[in-house]
Design a binder for this molecule. Structure first.
Ligand SMILES: C[S@@+](CC[C@H](N)C(=O)[O-])C[C@H]1O[C@@H](n2cnc3c(N)ncnc32)[C@H](O)[C@@H]1O
Length: 358
């Protein structure tokens, strides 16, 4: 890293630490109960990897958080080197993974969205180990978001003004908001997740958009009200989940959630989908499992989503996730299906559409 970049990096990490302290002072609950089986164990376990008990950050981990797959999974996640090459050639599990990665490019080409991948190759922030193939650089997760950006452009681009306000719930470190912001520079983004995940989002977006205005705990605490006017002052607002219900009605144009509602406990699922700001948001774009019971105990299925509140603009089976392979013997692999197919839905809220308010 050049020394100027290193200074900027240290400054960004200091800012994030200040915001963590602000969160602590605001009495934010860091590991609440009832998150659902996956996140209840993952949040404390993963947070300890990069947040010290005195709320300072482990800079070595933050700088490499994608390479070390902190919090969320991605492929390829092994460091390049002799052993990786060997495993890639021999181990059925690994050969299967790389087959999936090659298949992803084919799929993006089939949907005519490989151009978007060319335009937005995977970011190198967080030091991920990228897959280089036929002139493209990507990871498994990155291609998913390229496809979602493409779908957004197909269905929503012409319906929203260029300075739209969007909220992504379960944003993790912000791949989707990052891509939307790159494609629509005047847009504004609220990322909702656990405060610990938002630390990674702050680092990722701070590096991707050094000039961006990012609101984190300090600004949120000082805001009084979280409304459209507040959000529009920033490029990104990093909103810990407990501030979701404090967001005023009619603050958003679009609400998104990808691979996340289906993993939550029913308590949190309802918290988001039965309250404001969701209730007054005109557009909803989601991609989640048809049912969760094959992996989770929350008993959530597509039938629980309030899709009937919307006129359908798009509904289909998500094509990106279904291909997986598992080691068969040592050298071979065989296909096994993802535990549940996922649906993709984009809708416009019915009463608003009828009243001609859009
Ligand atoms: C599988 S990851 C998906 C991340 C991202 N949406 C994507 O598609 O790459 C699920 C995300 O949901 C978040 N999440 C889980 N339960 C949540 C809750 N109750 N409130 C907010 N975010 C939650 C996790 O922290 C994680 O970022």
């Amino acid at each position: 890293m050049r020394s100027v970049d290193k200074m900027e990096d240290i400054k960004l990490i200091k800012t994030i630490e200040e915001n963590l302290h602000a969160a602590k002072e605001a009495g934010i609950e860091f590991n609440p109960d009832g998150l659902g089986e996956k996140w209840e164990s993952q949040v404390p376990q993963e947070s300890r990897r990069f947040i010290n008990s005195d709320f300072t950050l482990r800079e070595d981990v933050i700088r490499n958080f994608r390479g070390q797959t902190v919090f969320i999974y991605d492929w390829p996640c092994a460091k390049p080197g002799f052993m990786t090459i060997l495993r890639r050639l021999i181990d059925g599990n690994w050969r299967g993974r790389y087959k999936v990665l090659r298949g992803r490019l084919k799929l993006l080409k089939d949907y005519n969205c490989a151009d978007l991948l060319k335009k937005y190759p995977s970011s190198t922030v967080g030091n991920p180990n990228l897959f280089s193939y036929k002139g493209y650089k990507y990871t498994w997760r990155w291609t998913r978001h390229i496809y979602l950006l493409w779908l957004f452009k197909q269905v929503l681009e012409k319906r929203l003004s260029s300075d739209f306000v969007s909220m992504d719930i379960g944003s993790s470190y912000g791949v989707f908001s990052n891509l939307l912001k790159k494609e629509f520079p005047k847009s504004h983004h609220v990322l909702v997740d656990f405060p610990e995940q938002l630390v990674l989002a702050h680092y990722f977006l701070g590096k991707e958009f050094p000039e961006a205005k990012i609101a984190s705990m300090k600004e949120i605490r000082g805001a009084g009200r979280i409304n459209r006017e507040f959000i529009r002052k920033y490029d990104f607002v990093l909103l810990p989940w407990m501030y979701y219900e404090k967001t005023q009605p009619k603050s958003l144009d679009l609400l998104t959630n990808f691979s996340s509602f289906g993993e939550m406990s029913k308590k949190y699922f309802d918290y988001y989908l039965r309250n404001e700001p969701f209730k007054s948001t005109p557009y909803f774009f989601t991609c989640n499992r048809f049912h969760s019971h094959s992996t989770y105990k929350n008993d959530i299925s597509v039938l629980d989503y309030p899709l009937s509140e919307f006129s359908k603009l798009h509904f289909d089976i998500f094509p990106v996730i279904s291909e997986r392979y598992r080691r068969h013997g040592i050298l071979f692999y065989k296909f096994f299906p993802y535990p549940s197919q996922c649906f993709e839905f984009i809708g416009v809220r019915k009463p608003l559409e009828k009243k001609g308010e859009l």
